[in-house]
Design a protein around this ligand. Structure first.
Ligand code: HDL
Ligand code: ZN
Length: 422
């Protein structure tokens, strides 16, 4: 439909376009139902999300181990009591639980958590996956798949590779390589046990064998990208196993197989180990490492998300310099309304339509509902302002153009990036 858009109907048209677009969620910790219990879902998992554990531990004085020894229901009860009943739940992670319950049709005012729990107890997972994807309006989500995780590895080899079982097409793989790249002193042993002829020093034979390992898992998983989460003090080039593995193994195979390399940089790993997954912090990375990668390897494709707010402007500027760099998402500690607003505005102003605005990082299936609901609202607000600025110049705007732009920003740019011939 090529209806001309003017001030009066601009807001409504943009909001509808952002609401209607089936987004691609480029980074999650979800798993297709074939993976069984490692796909988390339901009320207790929603409430015991590690973000909420961290927020609860600011109020309670129990020892961390005492918390970890509780049952999942006891943990959820403690978090609900502490964050939702003894305080107003307006933190983004608390609000998200309530948005999800509301969108699922629960009476949030009742605060009837036993009633919420019963709903999930009677829910069939396959039916619930359909419901969540419908409510979140998603085309697909990209998982985080670790070939070094014994349980996950077994499922890929027995059910998918040997068993020929198909993945639900709404769940795409990402080959996650933290273990290989960041714990080489351990991972080389595991590769050797699996029959790869490797030694700790990265001689030519070992490099070739690591490349073979990557090709094998690309065949098995058909991943959208290869990914690694790197600490804030990540430096490249540098004399280290991690850097050599990246430059001599990941980069060549990434280009050969046209599987982009996703760098997620800025974590301060386990600042507080007692909090487990909730114990990581954030640090500003030295973006010169990305300058190096993008300029040294112009035919490689890099997907990048950085964890520090302070890195966001330089990442956007760097993306202006290198077409092989695609920034994505407001990751983890940035996935909050005030920071999504700041980062998204800056990206649209510096990069126009050539960015992937958001991902959910969901760890619990139900979170897709709130993470995308909250982000769509903010993205729509910002786009309305950007299009109003455009129309104010006399630019002629159509609904088709708005829908085209939104489709790219909400995931379409991932698929076209994969098609690019750099
Ligand atoms: O490394 C990552 O992919 C991070 O997203 C971590 O999993 C982190 O714990 C997280 O869940 N952030 O949202
Ligand atoms: Zn993640």
């Amino acid at each position: 439909m090529t209806q001309l858009i003017t001030g009066e109907n601009l807001k409504r048209t943009v909001e509808q376009a952002v609401k209607d677009v089936k987004a691609t969620d480029i980074h999650t910790h979800l798993y297709a139902p074939i993976f069984g219990d490692i796909l988390l879902w339901g009320f207790n998992e929603l409430v015991t999300y590690h973000y909420l554990i961290a927020e609860t531990m600011r109020w309670v004085d129990i020892a961390y181990d005492e918390y970890w020894q509780m049952t999942k229901v006891e943990q959820a009860d403690l978090i609900w009591q502490t964050l939702f009943l003894e305080n107003s739940p307006y933190s983004e992670a608390c609000r998200g639980v309530l948005t999800t319950l509301q969108r699922l049709g629960f009476d949030v005012a009742s605060r009837d958590i036993e009633g919420y729990r019963q709903y999930f107890d009677n829910k069939q997972l396959d039916e619930y996956v359909d419901e969540v994807f419908e409510l979140a309006n998603l085309e697909c989500v990209v998982m985080t798949n670790d070939p070094f995780d014994p349980e996950e590895r077994g499922i890929w080899l027995e059910k998918v590779k040997e068993g020929g079982q198909e993945l639900d097409s709404r769940f795409r793989a990402a080959l996650r390589l933290d273990m290989l790249l960041c714990s080489w002193e351990k991972s080389w042993h595991q590769l050797k046990e699996w029959g790869f002829d490797v030694t700790p020093d990265l001689n030519r034979r070992t490099v070739g064998e690591v490349q073979r390992f990557l090709r094998d898992w690309i065949q098995i998983m058909n991943p959208v990208y290869m990914a690694v989460s790197l600490p804030y003090d990540f430096i490249l080039p540098e004399k280290s196993a991690r850097s050599e593995l990246i430059e001599r193994c990941i980069i060549p195979v990434s280009r050969e197989m046209n599987v982009p390399f996703a760098l997620m940089v800025g974590v301060k790993r386990q600042l507080n180990p007692g909090l487990k997954d909730a114990g990581d912090g954030v640090g500003k990375m030295n973006i010169a490492s990305l300058d190096y990668l993008c300029s040294r390897y112009p035919h490689n494709k890099f997907l990048v998300t950085l964890l520090a707010r302070e890195n966001q402007h330089e990442l956007a500027v760097l993306a202006r310099k290198f077409r092989n760099l695609m920034p994505f998402g407001c990751w983890w500690f940035l996935n909050n309304p005030s920071l999504i607003q700041e980062i998204t505005s800056m990206r649209l102003e510096l990069l126009g339509n050539s960015v992937i605005l958001q991902h959910s990082d969901a760890r619990v299936l139900d979170q897709l509902i709130y993470k995308w609901d909250h982000s769509r609202r903010i993205i729509a607000e910002i786009l309305v302002r950007k299009y109003q600025d455009l129309v104010a110049t006399g630019w002629v705007l159509t609904e088709d153009a708005i829908r085209r732009d939104v489709e790219k920003l909400m995931g379409g740019n991932l698929w076209s990036f994969l098609e690019r011939k750099l």
